[in-house]
Design a protein around this ligand. Structure first.
Ligand code: HEC
Length: 290
C-alpha cells in the first residue's frame, strides 16, 4: 500500500470515529438542552396559571361572593379563570395545552380522559411525587406532558366540593349535585396537566448537531488536504526522485544530476548522504575501472 494511501486511510478513519463520537455526544447534549427549554416553557405556563388562579381567588372571588348566593358566577372560580385565560392564549399557541383535569370534576369538560386519568392515578398512588412526566405522540408530533397534582389542602375547598347539601344553592343550579363532590382533605383529586410541543426543540437540536458535524467535516477536510500537500512536497516527491536516481546508479548509470533537497529536515540530510554515497561509489567504480 502506498504511503499516501496509508496516511489517508488513517486520517479518514480518525474522521469517521470523530464524527461518530461528536454526533452522539452533541445530539445528547442538544436534546438535554431542548428538554430544559421545554421544561422551562411548562414552568412558565404553570406559573402564569397559578398567578391567574391567585388573582381570581384574592381579587375576584371576594367581589362576587355576595352575588354567588343568588346567581353563581363561574368567573369567581380560580379553575374557571385559569382555563379560560389559557384558552385565549392557545388561540395563538395552539401546540400548547393546559387542563385542570379531575377524576370527578364539577365541570364535565374537566373530566380526565384515559391517559390523563393514568397520570392522575400515578400521582394518587405515590403522594410524594410533585410531578409526573410523559411523552406522547400527537397528530402534530411528539408532545411533552407534565402533570402536577391537585391536592386538597384547604378546608375552604370542601364547601363546594364535598357535599352538595353544604354547597351554594346557586352553584348547584348551574352544575347540578352529581359531579365534583365527595373530595377529601389531603386527597389528590386531579392534576394540572400541561403539554408543550417537542417538534420545534427536536428540530433545533438536530440543526445544532448538523452545524457541529459540518464544522468537524470542514476541519478534517482541511487537515487531510494539508497533510497530503505536505506529504507530497516534503516526503513523496524527494523520495521518488531519489529512488529513480538510485535505480539508475544501481545499474551503473551516473549521468543523472545530483538531487539536493534544501532544508534541515531528515529528508534533506538523507539526500545529502545519498549524494555522498553516490560520489564515493562513483570514485570506487572509477578506481576499479583504472
Ligand atoms: C364557591 C365554590 C367553590 C369553591 C370554594 C372551590 N371550588 Fe373548585 N370549582 C368550583 C366550580 C363551580 C368549578 C367548575 C368551574 C368551571 O366551570 O370550570 C370548580 C372547579 C375546580 C377544579 C377543576 C376540576 C373541576 O372540578 O371541574 C379544581 C381542580 C378545583 N375546582 C379545585 C378547587 C380547590 C383546590 C379549591 C380550594 C382551594 C376549590 N376548588 C374551591 C367551585 C368551587
Amino acid at each position: 500500500m502506498k504511503l499516501r494511501t496509508k496516511f489517508n486511510l488513517v486520517l479518514v478513519t480518525a474522521c469517521i470515529i470523530g464524527l461518530g463520537a461528536a454526533s452522539f455526544l452533541s445530539y445528547r447534549a442538544a436534546q438535554e438542552n431542548a428538554l430544559h427549554e421545554i421544561e422551562n416553557e411548562i414552568a412558565i405556563i404553570r406559573g402564569n396559571a397559578l398567578a391567574v388562579r391567585h388573582y381570581t381567588s384574592t381579587g375576584i372571588t371576594p367581589l362576587l361572593a355576595d352575588d354567588n348566593d343568588i346567581l353563581f358566577i363561574p368567573h369567581s372560580v380560580p379553575s374557571f379563570s385559569a382555563q379560560t385565560v389559557f384558552a385565549r392564549f392557545q388561540e395563538s399557541f395552539s401546540d400548547y395545552s393546559y387542563k385542570e383535569a379531575a377524576l370527578n370534576p364539577t365541570n364535565p369538560d374537566d373530566l380526565a380522559n384515559d391517559w390523563e386519568a393514568a397520570l392522575i392515578d400515578q400521582l394518587r398512588a405515590d403522594q410524594s411525587l410533585d410531578r409526573v412526566v410523559s411523552i406522547r405522540e400527537t397528530d402534530s408530533g411528539r408532545s411533552y406532558v407534565v402533570a402536577f397534582p391537585f391536592k386538597i389542602t384547604n378546608e375552604g375547598c370542601l364547601r363546594c366540593h364535598s357535599d352538595p347539601d353544604i354547597a351554594p344553592a346557586a352553584m348547584l343550579d348551574l352544575y347540578g349535585p352529581e359531579n365534583g363532590f365527595g373530595w377529601q382533605l389531603g386527597e389528590t383529586i386531579g392534576a394540572q396537566i400541561i403539554s408543550a410541543p417537542m417538534t420545534l426543540a427536536d428540530k433545533r437540536a438536530l440543526d445544532l448537531v448538523i452545524v457541529i458535524l459540518a464544522a468537524i467535516v470542514v476541519a478534517f477536510a482541511v487537515v487531510i488536504i494539508l497533510v497530503n500537500i505536505m506529504l507530497s512536497r516534503i516526503v513523496l516527491k524527494p523520495v521518488t526522485v531519489m529512488s529513480q536516481i538510485s535505480e539508475q546508479v544501481s545499474m551503473g548509470d551516473f549521468s543523472a544530476d545530483e538531487y539536493v533537497k534544501k532544508g534541515k529536515d531528515e529528508i534533506s540530510s538523507l539526500s545529502e548522504s545519498f549524494n555522498r554515497m553516490r560520489r564515493s561509489l562513483n570514485s570506487a567504480m572509477k578506481l576499479l575501472d583504472d
